[in-house]
Ligand binder design. Structure first.
Ligand SMILES: *Cc1c(COP(=O)(O)O)cnc(C)c1O
Ligand SMILES: [Zn+2]
Length: 402
């Protein structure tokens, strides 16, 4: 690779399944050789030589996820005009002393609800739209369970790009309104995100839309992985022992895995630090990853009749199912499912501690208790609950004990 004078550290895209590499300078979706998921690869050796982590630490916290610019798909990491931004990232990491005392662990909550549009989907949309615009995408199209549609509509509007969003008719009403408010085209389907995906695929074929479906473009992942960098930095570059993550399509989970791999290769992690064990938390009414994990299967199977109030977890057939399971094996993680009644109880309990989390995030509270009771989570371990969004986006999901 020709690297003289270049400030761009992105080398190419690499298939997570067959290892094939393709150019990152043109629009790419899935691996042309095998249909696998493409991952962005950077010249980590050159970053290690040229970018000490102290340089990252010296940047303004208010620059949000762009503080990690060298690890993002940018032509010139030093040029802020390239960023399509609404102020995403730089979210709080909150100690949970009441939970730590109860469980004998060191429990924290990272609150992604403070992002623009109220969820961590803003991270993926900021980076995904930035790259789509740079590569010359004309109309961005995606299916969504709700939050991704709101986020991509907002960032598309910010970038001046048209956006087409398909979502289930019973997706959170607020996210439907947001899509329209941001001027995107909203198509409602009687069905699930998988049905919305079929409608988008037709338009991609017929109209040449840029397919921004989960993992059908490589850059949403790059935005979401910044949660891992931020978390490491907030803990002084020492990763927590365990991260609990409410998993739908698995972008955030795979993002954590990728971020900690990159940070290890860069030598940015504290002496002797180990990557965190990653935990998939799903809703009992739609738990394809948990079922596959318990069966020790290599791939997930489509979940029939998916149903849960946690809209972001209503993903019956995640495209990245195989990769999610591989990440669980590689990080010595685990997977578990939570009943809707239990997550709605947790919603009220967290509320009484001043936190209105999304229902997806609320599922993490019964999950961490179960892992501790089973001994999987050990005494004194540092555990992070990754709350993916704000409860304000779901005014209709009531807690069971308000
Ligand atoms: C999308 C979403 C999830 C699931 O995220 P993935 O990265 O697709 O697994 C969880 N919670 C909320 C609030 C979401 O919007
Ligand atoms: Zn491949």
């Amino acid at each position: 690779m020709d690297s003289q004078q270049s400030t761009n550290y992105l080398i190419h895209l690499e298939c997570a399944d067959c290892g094939a590499t393709v150019s990152a300078e043109t629009i790419q979706h899935l691996c042309p050789a095998c249909g696998g998921i493409l991952l962005a690869r950077y010249d980590l050796a050159r970053i290690q030589a040229e970018v000490p982590r102290e340089r990252i630490a010296s940047r303004l916290w208010s620059d949000g996820l762009w503080r990690y610019a060298e690890l993002l798909p940018l032509d010139d990491p030093a040029d802020p005009m390239e960023h399509v931004t609404l102020g995403e990232g730089a979210t709080p990491l909150l100690a949970l002393p009441w939970l730590s005392a109860e469980l004998g662990v060191d429990a924290w909550l990272k609150d992604e609800g403070l992002n623009p549009t109220g969820s961590f989907k803003a991270r993926g949309a900021a980076v995904g739209v930035t790259r789509a615009k740079r590569l010359g995408a004309r109309t961005i199209a995606l299916p969504t369970a709700g939050n991704a549609g709101a986020a991509w509509a907002a960032y598309g509007a910010r970038a001046g790009l048209p956006v087409v969003v398909a979502m289930p008719r019973d997706a959170p009403a607020l996210t439907q309104r947001e899509v329209s408010l941001y001027g995107a085209r909203l198509h409602l389907v009687d069905g699930l995100i998988s049905d919305a995906g079929k409608w988008i695929a037709q338009g991609v074929q017929a109209e040449g839309w840029y397919d921004a479906s989960t993992f059908k473009e490589p850059y949403r992942l790059e935005g979401k992985k910044t949660m891992g960098y931020e978390l490491a930095e907030q803990f002084g570059w020492r990763p927590p022992d365990v991260i609990l993550y409410p998993t739908g399509g698995g972008v955030g989970l795979i993002g954590f895995w990728k971020a900690f791999q990159e940070m290890a290769a860069l030598g940015w992690l504290a002496e002797g630090a180990k990557p965190p064990r990653l935990v998939v938390v799903q809703a009992a009414g739609c738990a394809p990853v948990v079922r596959a994990w318990e069966a020790q299967a290599e791939a997930t199977e489509f979940w029939q009749g998916a149903q849960t109030v946690a809209a972001g977890l209503r993903v019956p057939g995640p495209l990245a199912g195989r990769l999610i399971l591989r990440v669980l094996r590689e990080t010595q993680g685990t997977a578990l499912a939570i009943e809707d009644d239990d997550l709605r109880r947790a919603l009220g309990e967290l509320g009484r501690h001043g936190l209105w989390v999304c229902p997806e995030g609320a599922a993490l509270l019964p999950a961490v208790r179960r892992l501790r009771n089973e001994g999987w989570l050990r005494e004194g371990e540092r555990v992070v609950l990754l709350n993916t969004g704000s409860g304000l986006v779901y005014p209709d999901v009531e807690s069971l004990n308000e």
